[in-house]
Ligand binder design. Sequence first.
Ligand SMILES: [Ca+2]
Ligand SMILES: [Ca+2]
Length: 202
Amino acid sequence: MYFVNGRWNDVCCDIPLPSICEYQGGFEQLLREESPLLTITVKNQKKYGNPCSKGFEYWMGECYWINLSEKNYFDASNDCHEKGGHLVSIVSHEQDRWLKEYVRHYGLLRKNLWIGMNDISKEGDLVWLNGNEVNYKHFANGQPSNGQDENCVILWGDANGQWDDQPCHAKFRSICKWTESIGKYLGVNLSVIYIICIFLKS
Ligand SMILES: [Ca+2]
Ligand SMILES: [Ca+2]
């Protein structure tokens, strides 16, 4: 199966390729087991390579970067744009869980980090900067409070990474996310497969 589009192809059986196994017990059980998703990701990256540029983490087709410079929401957002992405959107429990492990891995779980949600345009109307639908939220108890004109959202260190709205001019670290153009990476791999096939059949 081509990673880039999910379509199938018959190729030589003796070509070394990554494979997909079915995990009985379901994803929820996998999450409850000892190995955190980060370990699985890192293990897979060691085995199959990381299509993101050096220094960026890869998960489920997207690259992640923690910006350690403490900046206001807008400057942090600009830093992400320079990398071709946005402040991170979090759209599922699984991604939220992985992101927490990612942040913990860098010793930042107790720090505040900007994410891509805000209600700048209209109070209470929360949106993601990258246009993702807001179908998942994980605010701490009592949040969002809009306490002091708070229109931008963080992973709140004091709440173990649950979310909190803060004034956008506050300065925190931040997390960016973008979809890496992996066509080139896969193109090389597929070319190698094609050449090996031709060689074996000749
Ligand atoms: Ca607000
Ligand atoms: Ca708040």
